[in-house]
Design a protein around this ligand. Sequence first.
Ligand code: ADP
Ligand code: MG
Length: 569
Amino acid sequence: MPIRRLDPATVAGISAGEVIERPASIVKELVENALDAGATRITVELERGGLGLIRVTDDGCGIPSGEALLAFDRHATSKLAVLDDLGTLATYGFRGEALAAIAAAGEVELLTRPGGVTDGVRVAGGGGVALTVGPAGCPAGTSLAVRRLFAAMPARLKFLRSPQAEAAAAARVVEACVLTRPGVHLVLRVDGEERLNAPRAADAAGRLRAILGASASTLIPFDRGEAGWRAHGLAEPPGAVRRRGRQWVIVNGRPVEDRALRHALLSAYAGQLPRDTQPHAVVYLDVPPAQVDVNVHPAKAEVRFADPSTAYRTVLRAVRDGFASAGVAPRAAAAAAGESPAGAETGTGPVPAGALPAAEPAWNWETPSGSGGVEVLGQLFRTYIVARLPDGLVLVDQHTAHEKILYEEMATQAAAAVTQPLLLPHTIELAPSEVLRLSGQEPALRALGFDLEPFGGNAIVVRAIPAGARDRDIGPLLRWLVEDLEQAGRATAPGELNHKLRATVACHLAAKAGDHLERAEMEGIVRGLLALADPASCPHGRPTFVKYDEGDLARQFRRTWGLGKRECH
Ligand code: ADP
Ligand code: MG
């Protein structure tokens, strides 16, 4: 697309804002432009923390000579024509503001040449001086140098930190790019010295080595997803964390600052991080594009999720599963060492025999957080969620409530919404009788989220499983369903059979009594439950919650209100 000015309506529709705060912001914008230009090699040079020089050189598509000057116009972009394109945009840039803002903040020199043409072009000026354009010889690609940054903006200069701190901030931008774009060779040079050299690598582990060195190889890989959401990456094993490590969170390919997602990552360590330490970790969260809004912050470091609790849960579960598969799960380690995870709090009151390990507190306090009128206060006996509603207190049975939610999802949503395709089809062996019992039931199983196919002999190929299920659930779950089918017999009406199968799947996938739940999970359950038309009982008929409103409490405490009455009569 040629570079052109956005129309005013489109300009008004995108979050605009001052993008140039410090050298790192310039590095970020220029590196993103290079990536948008399809570069395979990008070199970033800094002198004096960026105040002496910032130069980003790429081997991307270059800018046609006729457009080079226009690129510095405010709201001139080649990446977005109308606001409708925003949702489908695959580029980093789209506001057309960066080059204009950079040229206002310092002196610029652009050298650029598209691959197919012989002559390049040079644009120079800025920092209060008019831009001039002229022919120039240069390699294919683009290089943009910024000098005398903020020379005419003493207020900005005052807010800058030391050259080392500014260079470090810029280096973090390059590191994030190393992790998001494994196919791009990145080089960072600071005051003439090469600080980072990340050749192309096939995977995140290879790229992480360019940043962390040999310690990258001790990180545990994780990868788990469901229903279009997937979290994968690498995290330092619990028990090995000794210092303040670095965490990167990358949502749909964009590095973001998201406290909730970092919290989700840290929660997977279940309180096992020594004081003042943090793990090294990189988390890639891939979410359906419609579920995330990246257009929230001018510097694009923040995102907003349509469903933040699913984002939280996806990350937490993926990391936790990764630790479990690698045999480094924090809870096992804690039990072996005889520690109680949260330390200080110990609960009182009756604990159902066998429901909890001895050292567990009965009461898992959460810092209350409100959303949608539901404020989760904590988890009791690892079985009940305690929450405050606008009109009272509610105790929710975490299993029956979750079971009910999952059941209703299967009953009311299309099959596509309750299934998760497996990346690699899974083959399982069942007894011959079980295979036979399942054959002919494909439509019923499809409504539950299963996509199965006989594979000769006693093997079944599983191509998709119910959303929320894990690989290891497949065998047990199918055996439960076989049992339901056995019991149902010929006389059972199809509606009755479907109800039974759904209830079985929901029961199997729901949180169990004894499971530790994170706040986001508890909130999800309470809110999900209360959103149902008929929330009171689970598919097997057990109650899902008990509620106390003001009147209930007044009756319990035998409060009688009236004029002139004293409190204790
Ligand atoms: P945006 O990236 O939001 O479009 P910018 O001000 O960063 O806005 O850049 C304006 C335009 O200049 C881009 O749309 C692009 O066409 C062109 N451009 C900037 N940097 C490069 C580069 N490194 N290689 C090729 N084209 C570039
Ligand atoms: Mg840009």
